[in-house]
Write a new protein. Structure first.
Length: 131
């Protein structure tokens, strides 16, 4: 499953996103991709609730691939053991390479597609709807 986040992140909107993602992951045990490359503000890895969303998502389902070119996110992930086994890729080419390398080793990857997201969550709309 590919979950693509876009828009501007703030601590209020990300909690709405967290609730949606956790409700989806409660019933889903396969591989999922959290695509963070369309988040517009560069400081999103520093937001407390963003970090909570990511760590809670991984606690619910550890079969996670994070797609992000954010250096701050990469540094944060390297410092926390909850992310052991979580893949971080920076662009779709790396994602394709990871999937093709892992398909042979892991049956969970067989149904992963890197063409279109299954779920798109635009943060600006969630702010308006959640206010």
């Amino acid at each position: 499953m590919w979950i693509k986040l876009s828009g501007v992140v703030d601590n209020r909107s990300i909690m709405n996103v967290r609730d949606v993602i956790l409700s989806i992951l409660d019933d889903y045990s396969g591989i999922y991709i959290l695509d963070l490359n369309r988040i517009e503000n560069e400081e999103f890895p520093n937001l407390t609730n963003f970090r909570k969303m990511i760590s809670d998502s991984i606690r619910v389902n550890q079969n996670c691939i994070l797609l992000s070119d954010s250096k701050k996110l990469e540094l944060w992930i390297e410092n926390y053991s909850i992310f052991n086994g979580t893949y971080l890729v920076k662009d779709p080419n790396e994602l394709d390479q990871l999937i093709s390398n892992k398909v042979e080793d892991d049956l969970l990857f067989e149904n992963v597609s890197s063409e279109e997201p299954d779920i798109r969550l635009h943060l600006d709309y969630l702010i308006q709807d959640g206010s």
